[in-house]
Ligand binder design. Structure first.
Ligand code: SAH
Ligand code: SF4
Length: 341
């Protein structure tokens, strides 16, 4: 038997220990060791009986990932992990002042096929389990001293095409008996899978939600993000407003600014009009060049886009994320492990 204990909820662990003839309270101890203490070694679970320890060592898997490579640039560290099925995924840690944001992957590759995205060009390979998602966090927590303040699902993959595992992992991160990260410190970013956004609202989840908009009109968005043909901009704005009515924190729209593609004055005006009085947040992210046909606009173009959007905006907030780690391709959302398989 090879039962993976990492990523399991307390109920799943209880069921497992009872089924194997151990008392129910042992599940809570295992849970605490894995999530509260971040233990990677069953042998160091001190208050667990020797027979249970031997049983766990022989029959379960606690670590779902191994570190394959790590690259560092300023305050950004990129981790390349290998899964048990020999797939590679990446995670990023970024430290800025007292903020430590980690960017987690939800899938190996991605089927959404956005034209500008390195992960999209890999195609879909597999979903990550809740254990593989939470192990990225536990590993970074164990490696970097600065306490993690923010968790974003903006690494490889589309979180809402792996909804259950992503939500289960986020719940484990949020659980006050476990890792105890506030829901408002956890952000899930989606390309706009509307049925899953509706499910997220119906499930009354408190995590932050971001939608990658990346265009001010359907024509441009169809080209950048073919998924727009299925779920176009007007439907995204509609579901965002519905989300805002139901949640404490309003939706963030991400807008990756790409040279000559979506950075004109007209785009800025159209974008301001789209989001007018929506109460949403707009996060503008200058594109990080990754060697495809798309490029980052010049500083001048970025600034004139920002100037217009600041002048025209009404009833929504604007943030600009000058992505860090450009040198090592470590910004979120530009991850791919091509050449490794
Ligand atoms: N699939 C989800 C989450 C992963 S992508 C989504 O699309 O939202 C995370 C973010 O990175 C998205 O907003 C995406 O538009 C952005 N992104 C992708 N490639 C990028 C690049 N080269 N530079 C800057 N942002 C990029
Ligand atoms: Fe997938 Fe997001 Fe990349 Fe689009 S931008 S291909 S949804 S990871």
């Amino acid at each position: 038997m090879n039962f993976t204990i990492k990523g399991k909820t307390i109920n799943q662990l209880e069921e497992f220990v009872i089924k194997n003839g151990f008392p129910k309270y042992r599940a809570q101890q295992i849970y605490n060791w894995m999530y509260k203490h971040g233990t990677f070694d069953i042998r160091s679970m001190k208050n667990i009986s020797n027979d249970l320890k031997s049983f766990l060592i022989d029959n379960t898997i606690i670590n779902t990932l191994t570190l394959h490579d790590k690259s560092e640039c300023d305050n950004t560290v990129k981790f390349l992990f290998k899964t048990q099925t020999n797939q590679f995924i990446e995670s990023v840690s970024m430290i800025e002042d007292d903020k430590h944001t980690i960017c987690l992957s939800s899938q190996v590759g991605c089927s959404v096929d956005c034209d500008f995205c390195a992960t999209g060009k890999m195609g879909f390979i597999s979903n990550l389990s809740a254990g593989e998602i939470i192990d990225q966090l536990l590993f970074i927590k164990n490696t970097i001293n600065n306490p993690i303040t923010n968790i974003v699902f903006m690494g490889m993959g589309e979180p809402f095409l792996n909804y259950n595992n992503v939500i289960n992992a986020a719940k484990l991160m949020n659980d006050d008996n476990g890792l105890n990260f506030g829901a408002n410190r956890i952000t899930i970013s989606t390309a706009g899978i509307i049925p899953k956004i509706n499910k997220f609202i119906d499930d009354k989840l408190k995590f932050n939600l971001a939608i990658s908009l990346n265009a001010s009109n359907d024509e441009t968005r169809n080209k950048l993000m073919p998924i727009n043909k299925k779920w176009p901009i007007k439907d995204l704005i509609k579901v965002a407003k519905k989300f805002n009515e139901n949640n404490r924190n309003n939706i963030t729209f991400e807008y990756v600014l790409i040279d000559t593609i979506n950075d004109t004055h007209q785009d800025a005006k159209q974008l301001a009009k789209l989001l007018k009085n929506s109460g949403c947040k707009l996060n503008i992210i200058p594109f990080n060049s990754i060697g495809n046909e798309y490029s980052r606009p010049s500083e001048n173009s970025i600034n004139s886009f920002l100037k217009i959007i600041h002048e025209e905006h009404e009833g929504f907030r604007i943030l600009v994320r000058w992505s860090k780690g450009v040198d090592i391709n470590a910004g979120c959302g530009q991850l791919a492990t091509k050449g490794l398989k």
